[in-house]
Design a binder for this molecule. Sequence first.
Ligand code: KG4
Ligand code: ZN
Length: 343
Amino acid sequence: MLILGIESSCDETAASVVEINEKTGKSKTLSNIISSQIAIHQKYGGVIPEVAAREHVFNVLPVVHEALSSAGINYKKINAIAVTKGPGLVTSLITGMETARTLAYVWDKPLIGVNHIAGHIYSDFLETDQKIVFPLIVLTVSGGHTNLVLMKSHNHFKIIGETRDDAAGEAYDKGAKMLDLGYPGGPIVSKYAKEFAESGQKNNITLPRPMIGNGLDFSFSGLKTALLYQIQKDKDWKNRVAEYCFAYQEAIIDILSRKAIIAAKKYQAKTIMLSGGVSANAELRTYLAKKVSKELPNTPLIIPKLSYTTDNAAMIALAGYYAFRDGAKTSWQKLKVNVNFGL
Ligand code: KG4
Ligand code: ZN
């Protein structure tokens, strides 16, 4: 089966063709085209929704065209179109949705509205050789969301933990802003943290782990405020940016990993998965892997390929496939933005 995925929930316009072998469940990404607006938004220190919306309008058709042509697939062969319907910036989402709706109508294809978080979760199933056994726990961490999700089977998502305030990626982005490091914060903070770790110096900065002993929900705003207060008190903070990045990242990763382990134990997960933009973080990948192999040595950890961590349309295509397989279909007349979790 061939699915065309379209994603435009934030500042990436993306389209992808994914081929799924229905017998084995194996997927192959035939194209994964992403037009990123990071360079445009960098000068403002964050995504400007109005600017993002205009860029999506310029980019969406060329990106869809490129996805089909580089996959070598004629649109007639596509079995269904999957598109992100939310959550995200509404003004960004509607461009991908209108494009998908129009193509579904004109090409007479089934249309599937996909939840963006479900998309991130399915990035772990893309082109993996590892066996994924249910029930599983996914830690999905991004700029817009931070969730622990229990999946007992395909398409069944139960949120068992979520952030009460900022998302983990947002914490990276806001922390980087305070430290005057630019946007997006994740890759920059992680670069400085690595430099500090490699310097062999001792970290003298202590930051809190909000809500650590308190269930499966997260809170990052207190951590962000703690960073702000420490910088305000420290006349020398500009010379200690790498150390601040190290301590800040250490706190984020520690909180995320500890809660993922608690959730996996509580629900007796047979697989643990990590996904979302923050899962691109090398330190999070290795730290969580170490923790899992120590505390749950028989539970495999699935980590997505780097190209599937930040927003992309291959993950939307695969999530769309599983929904379609289980009977989900959205008529082009009825496709609506939906900010709730679930398909
Ligand atoms: O999934 P994504 O592309 O978009 C949303 O759905 O939000 O995630 C973007 C987020 C940003 O907050 C960015 O700072 C973070 O992912 N991110 C990272 C890294 N790369 C991207 N965070 C930590 N380390 C990274 N290497
Ligand atoms: Zn995302």
